[in-house]
Ligand binder design. Sequence first.
Ligand SMILES: Cc1cc2nc3c(=O)[nH]c(=O)nc-3n(C[C@H](O)[C@H](O)[C@H](O)COP(=O)(O)O)c2cc1C
Length: 199
Amino acid sequence: MSKILHIISSPRGEASNSIKLANAVIDQLRMKDPGAAVHVKDLTRSPFPHLEEAHLNAFFTPAEKHTAENKAAISHSDQAIAELFDADIIVIGAPMYNFSVSSTLKAWIDHVARAGITFKYTDHGPEGLISGKKVYLAVTTGGIYSSGDYAAVDFLTPYLKFMLGFIGLDDVTVFRAEGFALSGVQDTALDKGIDSVKI
Ligand SMILES: Cc1cc2nc3c(=O)[nH]c(=O)nc-3n(C[C@H](O)[C@H](O)[C@H](O)COP(=O)(O)O)c2cc1C
């Protein structure tokens, strides 16, 4: 029985295209493994803060020297990292905001990328410390970035893939639903995106 972690970063609830696309991925995963357990982490309901001094102090203090204050500052980061290590499959819904990830998703990334825990520096460069997971991205956009002039300004997908790989999550498949802001495309954007999901 696999464990699926579904990360939501759109605040639009039932209207969200990235949640619908991610759910299409999860539906197919559950068809293959009906016993799969899904843990939903909605970053918009319990948002991660920008990194503050207390977080950085805790990040860069060895665990054995953590004070009660350090432990409190780091508890949400510890929990988010534990969820990543615990999952077999991670499905991330990622709406494009201003050509990149939303700040909601970026804040989560800032709390799960931790030296010595999810990556480390070695003589041959940085090494990710989470391994053996499959990641699916459900990327939704107002424009079209899979091809054409705007492909070069998709700073979301390459960034997210690189960053996940940096912490060891290097087996990433991207599904897109795109063109939600384009007349003539928007009406079929979601169906087309969902149809592209083949697990
Ligand atoms: C604040 C904001 C910024 C956005 N920026 C972009 C953008 O830079 N490029 C783009 O193609 N779409 C942009 N969009 C459109 C969303 O990516 C698109 O509507 C997407 O489907 C939203 O996902 P959701 O339905 O899961 O919330 C933006 C939407 C919002 C609300």
